[in-house]
Design a protein around this ligand. Structure first.
Ligand code: CA
Ligand code: CA
Length: 202
């Protein structure tokens, strides 16, 4: 009996101490820009779970380090962090900008018209290396925190990245390792390549 009580107590401690934020990414759009350049656009999200007694449910900060082995990131000349959606009808490419955002999205609500805070950045055409944060208690839910749009220059391009993210507690920095395109997309590309080789061989 006492063992069960100890086990329950331990599980409770684990539940309270567990990180309340997890991360993921997905392909949300492919197509061409106005000038015909093909793009593939990905989004990174965090899921902040409601953990009563586990501290505030709040995404606070993240750092992204993503390196492209082929292609470049699309940075729209009008882009902000994040861009203003009201401009999309006049500047359709802006929707596919590479940018950082926070659970408040546009406009971030830590102050009127505010945008996400950038703690440091060393982005280039082929590298995303930025730390960003918000200053509001964003609560729990699923939130987009970054968009990465690649202009591929070769069919088998690859990007490898790691996202570091945290909640308000600041004591549990989590890592999310990922590749773009996603493995499923890569498999389809490989299958397409195999079919193409078979056709050529036939
Ligand atoms: Ca941008
Ligand atoms: Ca927040």
């Amino acid at each position: 009996m006492s063992k069960i009580i100890v086990l329950i107590a331990m599980l409770t401690i684990v539940a309270a101490a567990n990180a309340t934020v997890t991360a993921g990414h997905y392909l949300w759009s492919t197509g061409t820009l106005l000038d015909g350049t093909p793009y593939e656009s990905f989004r990174i999200f965090v899921e902040v779970t409601d953990t009563p007694g586990g501290g505030p449910d709040d995404w606070t900060a993240a750092g992204l380090d993503l390196d492209l082995a082929g292609g470049t990131f699309y940075q729209d000349p009008l882009g902000g962090n994040p861009p203003e959606p009201a401009l999309y009808p006049m500047h359709p490419d802006l929707e596919y900008d590479t940018y950082y955002t926070s659970p408040g999205d546009y406009p971030n609500r830590d102050y009127v018209g505010g945008v996400v805070g950038i703690a440091g950045t060393a982005d280039t055409d082929t590298v995303l290396d930025t730390d960003w944060f918000d200053r509001i208690d964003s609560g729990h839910g699923e939130f987009i925190i970054a968009q990465m749009t690649v202009l591929p220059t070769e069919p088998d391009w690859l990007g490898t990245g790691v996202l570091y993210y945290d909640d308000r507690g600041g004591s549990s920095l989590e890592e999310y390792h990922f590749t773009i395109p996603e493995p499923a997309t890569l498999t389809l590309v490989l299958l397409g390549g195999l079919a193409w080789m078979r056709r050529r061989g036939a």
